[in-house]
Design a protein around this ligand. Structure first.
Ligand code: GDP
Ligand code: ZN
Length: 319
């Protein structure tokens, strides 16, 4: 047996990784060779949260070589924002995921919640949705929150309405982070860093001012990073995203990851039903009887169409 030791990956840039051993010693680590996931190349074979075996390469420089990755309990993966044909691992071995969004500044992007849930649902990772910046919401916005909150609570995702600028609100969120490893994600500018700082002032993450011309936040986080702000809470802060696409999913995967469909879809006439125009579709029937949210269903159709378009061009990439 070699002298390989175990560490956890706390930062992943794609070319090097920061790992932390059992004693809390940090190393800059590299990995050799190419790694694939479900047949697709990964922009970063090692994810934040991975447990790895490593060997010290240079004691003085605290550099290390990752020898292998221990089996993952779960992971969250998305299409690489830069390389359309590659996958990007956001994190692994997490207990829950938190999506931070806002209805104002920047305006809520239709479908963003459902797209996010397509990343957590394949591994049944519990997810919650935090609506931030409530101090900016109009009465109409609050109604929209109530509407969305009901849809998502009904199917088992908790929602919170908060302002990062209000102390008591940050405390409410901090309670959900206790004793867990939580992946925290959000579109750029939603106030994710402000919220994390409000909960854990010692972390002092960089926040950005909204750019006045675009109303959009600038990127502050470039790589996913794990923090251990208290003895029992671990958070993984991820780069703010613009959009979420899914080259890793087939149309049927999308259907399988809308969790409330499951109960009804076994009653669809065809077992490969994609719940569109097929006769005898139990999902469409459930939606017409208000048992499935119309909004969720509309987003489902939109994502499905997008994936089919993308897959079409990938299959015909020689045209
Ligand atoms: P991130 O990109 O999601 O990390 O967003 P930041 O934390 O950098 O915040 C973007 C901007 O939103 C900053 O100007 C923050 O001061 C502002 N912001 C964050 N939370 C709130 C909030 O609850 N209410 C208001 N009005 N502004 C907020
Ligand atoms: Zn169906």
């Amino acid at each position: 047996m070699s002298d390989a030791r175990q560490a956890i990956v706390v930062r992943s840039t794609g070319s090097w990784y920061q790992i932390k051993d059992d004693q809390g010693v940090m190393y800059d680590a590299r990995i050799r060779g190419k790694f694939r996931l479900n047949g697709k190349t990964l922009t970063n074979p090692v994810a934040v949260g991975d447990l790895v075996h490593f060997e010290i390469e240079n004691e003085v420089e605290n550099s290390a070589l990752i020898k292998d990755i221990l089996p993952r309990e779960n992971y969250v993966v998305r299409q690489s924002p830069r390389k359309k044909h590659q996958l990007h691992l956001l994190a692994s071995n997490i207990d829950q995921a938190m999506l931070v969004i806002t209805i104002r500044e920047p305006n809520l992007k239709q479908g963003v919640i459902d797209r996010f849930l397509l990343m957590t649902e394949p591994h049944d990772i519990p997810a919650c949705i935090v609506f931030n910046k409530k101090d900016l919401y109009t009465e109409e916005d609050i109604k929209l929150y109530d509407y969305l909150s009901e849809i998502y609570t009904e199917i088992g995702y908790s929602t919170y309405l908060i302002s990062s600028l209000v102390e008591g609100d940050a405390k409410k969120i901090s309670e959900t982070l206790e004793s867990k490893t939580t992946l925290i994600s959000g579109q750029s500018g939603v106030g994710k860093s402000t919220l994390i700082n409000a909960i854990y002032p010692d972390l002092d993450l960089r926040t950005s001012e909204l750019s006045e011309s675009s109303g959009k936040g600038q990127h502050t986080t470039t790589f996913a990073t794990m923090y251990e702000p208290t003895a029992d809470a671990r958070i993984i802060d991820t780069p703010g995203f613009k959009g979420l696409s899914f080259n890793n999913l087939e149309p049927m995967d999308v259907a399988h990851n809308f969790r409330e469909f499951f109960k009804y879809s076994e009653n669809c006439k065809f077992n490969n039903c994609l719940h569109r125009e097929e006769p005898g579709c139990a999902i469409v029937a459930a939606m017409e009887q208000d048992q499935i949210s119309e909004l969720r269903y509309a987003n489902y159709l939109q994502i499905l169409e997008e994936i089919e378009d993308q897959n079409y061009w990938e299959r015909h990439s020689d045209l």
